[in-house]
Design a protein around this ligand. Structure first.
Ligand code: G4P
Ligand code: NA
Ligand code: NA
Length: 177
C-alpha cells in the first residue's frame, strides 16, 4: 500500500522507535507533513468509502490532523471532542479517558448539537495505544444514540482487531530491520 510505504519512509528518514514509543514529531505530531497526511487520508477514505458515514469523530489535539483531510476526502464533517468544556456548551455528552503519557484523567466533551441518533461515525486518531480514547469515544457515541461504524488510526501499537491502521508497531519494527 502506497500510504504504508510513505509512512515507513518518513519513519526511516525522520523518526525512530524506542521500545514501545514511536517518535514521529517531525512529520505527524508536532511538525505536520501535509502531503503524507493527504496520502494516508486517501487510503482511509478508500477503505471506508462504502460505509455510509455521516461524520468522523476524533479527540483534540493530534487527532485533528488526520480527521481533517479524511473528512475532506469523504465529503463529510468531522467532530473533535474537546478536553475542556466551553461555557457556551450547554448540553453535552462526556466521558473520562485516562492518559498514561500524561498520568491524568482527561474528560472528553461533545455538544449534543453536533452528534445524534441519526449519525453513523468512525473514530479516527493518530495513535491507538491503550485504547482509552476509543473507550471514551464509544461512551460518547452510545450516549448520543449514534452508531460507531469503525475505527482508523495512523499507527496501531497493539495490532488491535477491528482497528484499521496505516501501520502497526510490528510492521514498523519489521520495516526498520
Ligand atoms: P489511547 O488513547 O490509545 O489509550 O492512548 P494512551 O492514553 O495510551 O496515550 C496517550 C497519548 O499518547 C495520546 O495522545 C497518544 O496519541 C499518545 N501516544 C501513545 N503512544 C505514542 C507513541 O508511541 N508515540 C507518540 N508520539 N505518541 C503516543 P493524547 O494524550 O490524546 O494527546 P494529544 O497528542 O492528542 O494532545
Ligand atoms: Na497524541
Ligand atoms: Na491523540
Amino acid at each position: 500500500r502506497k500510504a504504508s510505504a510513505a509512512l515507513l519512509e518518513r519513519i526511516k528518514k525522520y523518526g525512530s522507535v524506542n521500545g514501545e514509543v514511536v517518535k514521529v514529531d517531525k512529520f505527524i505530531n508536532h511538525q505536520v507533513d501535509v502531503e503524507l497526511f493527504r496520502i494516508m487520508a486517501d487510503d482511509m477514505a478508500h477503505h471506508f468509502k462504502d460505509a455510509c458515514l455521516t461524520k468522523i469523530i476524533t479527540a483534540e489535539t493530534s487527532g485533528i490532523t488526520i480527521a481533517h483531510p479524511l473528512a475532506e476526502a469523504l465529503g463529510i464533517p468531522y467532530i473533535f471532542a474537546k478536553k475542556k468544556k466551553p461555557i457556551t456548551m450547554a448540553d453535552f455528552y462526556s466521558a473520562d479517558s485516562y492518559s498514561f503519557t500524561k498520568q491524568e484523567n482527561t474528560t472528553l466533551y461533545v455538544s449534543k448539537e453536533v452528534l445524534g441518533s441519526e449519525d453513523r461515525v468512525i473514530y479516527v486518531d493518530d495513535f491507538f495505544a491503550r485504547g482509552n480514547t476509543l473507550k471514551a469515544v464509544k461512551q460518547i457515541v452510545a450516549q448520543s444514540g449514534a452508531e460507531l461504524a469503525g475505527c482508523a488510526v495512523i499507527i496501531d501499537k497493539k495490532g488491535e482487531e477491528g482497528v484499521y491502521s496505516i501501520l502497526t508497531l510490528d510492521e514498523i519494527k519489521k520495516g526498520l530491520d
